[in-house]
Design a protein around this ligand. Structure first.
Ligand SMILES: Nc1ncnc2c1ncn2[C@@H]1O[C@H](COP(=O)(O)OP(=O)(O)OP(=O)(O)O)[C@@H](O)[C@H]1O
Ligand SMILES: [Mg+2]
Length: 257
């Protein structure tokens, strides 16, 4: 039996008085798209940040390939093949798209120049153009600072960056929120393509039809806890919304355990 690629068990995290995660569980398997859904404030972004090394959980366990790990930084998570598209994108606004794509993973020229750490801007530019073309992103100019791109273009740069480097799991925190219809379709196609390479894609989205069209499974977070899991092909928008809001809880429906 295969192990989950990544698992969270009973993860807790508080910010002051706010208990953002109250014993959250989460599982991602190889080669699946798993949607992580929940209302605003349910703890989705916090969970993603604990699983990508950005924030330290107060308690609980994180397992990679079945073994407990401590993710101390995003760099540490990357070493496990974990890439993240953050909800706030985490791009460097003053750098151009190519430099953003290679942020923290700059390419250097070989030979003596490599030892002198001279950036290979040509190589980074070419690889960026390739990455954006693969995603169908139409950037007129990869040399302008990301700050001057449109919101949707910036989102595409963040997605291209994660896709270019992930080899195990990609978290995408609302990657299509700022996208138009065509670009949204391309990102969803990219998600399927990445999944077919055996990578797990974790998609956070408030768009339920989008979730059902691209996800294989759905995990539902409410008040910092996993409250339901669904096979996408066997569930409906009504069921997902019911689980997110608690309307489907047995107690609310008058049923009992
Ligand atoms: N850095 C922070 N400082 C203080 N409180 C925070 C911080 N980050 C998150 N929280 C709180 O933790 C809770 C969960 O927030 P989180 O961003 O994880 O929710 P979410 O499910 O991603 O919501 P959304 O769908 O709106 O993005 C919220 O009550 C939020 O206010
Ligand atoms: Mg969020």
């Amino acid at each position: 039996m295969a192990e989950p690629l990544l698992e969270a068990r009973g993860v807790t995290k508080h910010f002051g008085h706010v208990q953002a995660l109250q014993g959250a569980d989460f599982t991602a398997w190889p080669g699946e798209v798993v949607a992580l859904i929940g209302d605003n404030g349910a703890g989705k972004s916090t969970l993603v940040k604990t699983l990508s090394g950005t924030i330290r959980p107060d308690g609980g366990q994180i397992l990679v390939d079945g073994a407990p790990v401590r993710l101390t930084s995003p760099l540490d998570a990357r070493r496990y093949g974990i890439e993240t598209v953050y909800q706030d994108l985490a791009l460097a606004p003053d750098l151009d798209a190519a430099a953003n794509l290679h942020l923290g993973r700059e390419l250097f020229r070989g030979g003596l120049l490599g030892r002198l750490h001279v950036l290979d801007r040509g190589a980074m530019r070419r690889s960026a153009v390739r990455a954006f073309a693969e995603l169908g992103v139409d950037l007129q100019d990869v040399d302008v600072p990301v700050a001057s791109l449109s919101g949707g273009q910036r989102q595409s740069v963040a997605v291209a960056r994660a896709v270019a480097f992930a080899n195990r799991i990609i978290f995408m925190d609302e990657p299509t929120a700022a996208l138009g219809v065509v670009q949204r379709g391309r990102v969803l196609d990219t998600i399927r393509r990445v999944r077919d390479r055996g990578i797990a894609v974790v998609l956070i989205s408030h768009n339920m039809p989008e979730v059902l069209s691209v996800a294989d499974r759905v995990e539902v977070l409410r008040l910092g806890r996993r409250v339901a899991r669904f096979t996408a092909a066997q569930s409906s928008v009504e069921e997902l919304v019911g689980a997110m809001t608690g309307a489907l809880d047995p107690a609310v429906n008058g049923g009992g355990a």
